[in-house]
Every structure is written in C-alpha cells, then in structure tokens.
Design a protein around this ligand. Structure first.
Ligand code: DHK
Length: 152
C-alpha cells in the first residue's frame, strides 16, 4: 500500500462545527472554527507540516475528501461531529485510504449522553483526544506529527 505525502495533514470537521462560537458554548467553548483553523495552520508551520482544513455538514462531502486524500496526505485529523456516532460510510472511507487517523473532539464524549460514547472512527484511529476544547485539535496535530516523524 502506497503512503501519502508525509508532511501534509488533512483536517476534517463534520456537521455543526461551523457553528462553533455560537453553538452551546458551555459545551463547545467560544472559539470559532476559523480560530481553530488559524491555530492549526500556525502550529503546522512550527511543526513543519502543511495543514489543509475542510468543514462540511454533508456526509458524502466528507467521504469525497477522505477518498481524495489518498496519496496526497500523510495523515488525517478528524472531528466527524455527530457522524462520529453514526457513519459507517466515513469509517469505510477512512479504511479505504490506509492513512493514519487521529480522532479529536472538543467535548469529553464519555461524560455526555450514552449515544456519544460509541465512535465508529475509533475503530480506525491511531488514537482519540477529547475533552480539551479547541486544544484537542492542537494536541491531535502534535500526535499526527509524531506519527509522521517517528511512526508513533
Ligand atoms: C462534536 C459534535 O458535533 C457532537 O455531535 C459530538 C463533538 C461531539 C465534539 O465534542 O467535538 O458528539
């Protein structure tokens, strides 16, 4: 299986994450998605990684981006939002591209409703980071850098 380009990370944001800053700030914080993307690009520069970000409210659009990531990226960082708990299609797309996956969430899934405790993404992810608000993404990007540099 051919690997993608090692220095590039694709960051995917699922449904309703475009509403960050407005959406249930007591759960998701007040940081906007634009702020998160800017922080990811800044950290990517520090880590020597090229970071591309994409948000969609549509499952198929996320599947399309995952499929197109094959041979273009070294790793995928994903917060699939509610699709985390429902989407076999996103799981299958991630399995099909054979790239290392880091799963992130702003909130701590395990202190919330039971339906959020199951993640389809976790089956394919190297690891999951949740509960650190917007910092979950930055911790996730550091994890992706570690995987790309050392395989860990
Ligand atoms: C974001 C969502 O939109 C929810 O559907 C997930 C996740 C949790 C988060 O914490 O980032 O259940």
């Amino acid at each position: 299986m051919e690997k993608g380009e090692p220095g590039r990370v694709l960051v995917l944001h699922g449904p309703n994450l475009n509403m960050l800053g407005l959406r249930e700030p007591e759960i998701y914080g007040s940081t906007t998605l634009a702020d998160i993307d800017a922080s990811l690009h800044e950290l990517g520069r520090e880590l020597g990684l090229e970071v591309d970000t994409f948000q969609s409210n549509h499952e198929g659009a996320l599947v399309d981006r995952i499929q197109a990531a094959r041979e273009r990226y070294g790793a995928i960082l994903i917060n699939a939002g509610a699709y985390t708990h429902t989407s076999v299609a996103i799981l299958d797309a991630l399995l099909s591209v054979s790239l290392p996956v880091v799963e992130v969430h702003l909130s701590n899934l395990y202190t919330r409703e039971a339906f959020r405790h199951h993640s389809y993404i976790a089956r394919v992810a190297v690891g999951q980071i949740c509960g650190f608000g917007a910092d979950s993404y930055l911790l996730g990007l550091r994890a992706a850098a570690g995987i790309l540099n050392n395989g860990t």
